[in-house]
Design a protein around this ligand. Structure first.
Ligand code: NAX
Ligand code: ATP
Ligand code: MG
Length: 347
């Protein structure tokens, strides 16, 4: 049998191709052309490889059965939401539900709470983040959460950031998977030790956030055009936390393996798409970590989850853009989560 690392490398390389094969089935352009455009690969992979690896992402998705109780498919927490930003935590939280989580909690400031509640009756909203007891208040909920998404709409207020430091420490102590995005990454750029070496963390920087993190963490510069190496180096420097750099291609690494996703999305760059991605990732990380090792077949569960979330977000973008063109907004993309999920993972 192949070693875990060896199997992971093969699977990881094939995984990117595999997901694209789903798109091939949908849109039908010539196979080689689509693969070249979508993923850069070091060596060709067979269709069988692709199908096998697509199956790995599909494998982590829990079956819908009549035997479960509410909560089993995911209880996700979002830490964010302040005076300026109420949309971002909403986008992340509702996306988690639309992907398939059962419960979505938002931990935000007191004044953001009624606003976020008014967007959706489906979210559970805790107005605790600016309270002196914020860390204890969130800690009470941690045993009931499967993953925490920290940062969408958090803002950069020092009191809130101090509270988030405590929430991160409490989450690590309980082994809760953590996705860090947006202003959560601002905090990590200032205090990388907060997340260093925590193997259940995924960071999801956009272009600017990646630059800030690299400047803070990497001593010597990496060739700016080599995104794969830059992401791998950042992950390594952070003690192998998984890093997903969003962009024209999404590049993700656990410091060892590197995946790329260039699944067709759209040219629309409205705000909130990253929030959708981080919420979706919260659920997929929970599912991936709970999948049995035979299901992930030696690949990193976090990388499989990241690849799933990136592909799904881009598929939502693609479908929404086909309907709405330049007027596409993140709300239109969220309406596509169900159909996009089915097309990618359930066909
Ligand atoms: N509807 C909402 O509530 C949204 C809130 N968001 C939140 O907004 C917060 C900030 O995240 P962003 O990703 O927008 O980060 P930034 O506020 O750093 O960047 C926003 C935009 O301004 C540009 N920019 C930044 N500094 C600049 C400068 N000095 N001169 C010129 N341009 C500059 C950036 O390139 C980017 O296009 C986060 O909490 C995030 O989650 C976003 O997620 C978007 C949606
Ligand atoms: N140039 C691009 N071409 C295609 N897709 C892109 C491009 N840039 C980003 N994306 C996709 O858009 C999604 C969000 O990435 P983006 O870099 O906009 O995040 P963000 O800035 O954090 O978003 P947010 O506004 O939610 O904070 C990701 O799924 C990414 O794959
Ligand atoms: Mg963002």
């Amino acid at each position: 049998m192949a070693t875990r690392a060896g199997a992971g490398a093969v699977v990881a390389g094939a995984a990117v191709v595999a997901l694209l094969s789903a798109a091939l089935a949908l849109y039908g352009p010539p196979l080689d052309a689509v693969l070249r455009r979508a993923f850069s690969l070091h060596k060709p992979h067979s269709i069988t490889d692709m199908e096998n690896t697509l199956q790995l992402v599909r494998n982590i998705i829990p079956p819908l059965t009549t035997k479960k109780h509410k909560g089993q498919d995911g209880r996700i927490g979002i830490v964010g939401g302040c005076q300026e930003y109420t949309g971002a935590p909403y986008f992340a939280a509702i996306s988690a539900l639309k992907v398939g989580a059962d419960l979505s909690h938002v931990f935000c400031t007191r004044e953001a709470a009624p606003v976020i509640k008014s967007y959706s009756p489906e979210l559970i909203v805790h107005p605790v983040l600016d309270s002196p007891s914020a860390v204890r208040d969130v800690e009470t909920w941690l045993p009931r959460l499967h993953a925490l998404v920290v940062g969408p709409g958090l803002g950069r207020d020092n009191v809130l950031l101090e509270n988030v430091k405590g929430i991160l420490e409490a989450s690590k102590a309980r082994d809760v998977p953590i996705i860090i995005d947006a202003d959560g990454l601002w905090l990590i750029a200032q205090h990388p030790a907060l997340i260093h070496g925590y193997r259940k963390a995924v960071l999801t920087p956009n272009h600017g956030e990646f630059t800030r993190l690299s400047d803070a963490v990497l001593r010597d510069l990496v060739n700016g055009s080599d995104h794969r190496e830059a992401v791998r180096r950042l992950s390594q420097a952070l003690g192998n936390v998984t890093v997903v750099r969003k962009g024209e291609r999404d590049v993700m690494s656990d410091g060892e393996h590197v995946l790329e996703c260039a699944h067709e999305g759209s040219s629309r760059r409205c705000g909130g798409q990253g929030d959708l991605m981080s919420g979706a990732l919260g659920v997929l990380v929970h599912w991936a970590l709970h999948a049995s090792p035979e299901k992930t077949n030696g690949s990193s569960p976090l990388l499989l989850a990241a690849l799933g979330a990136c592909s799904l977000t881009r598929q939502c973008s693609h479908q929404a853009f086909q309907k709405h063109g330049r007027s596409t907004t993140t709300t239109d993309m969220i309406a596509e989560v169900g159909p996009a999920f089915r097309r990618l993972f359930e066909t």
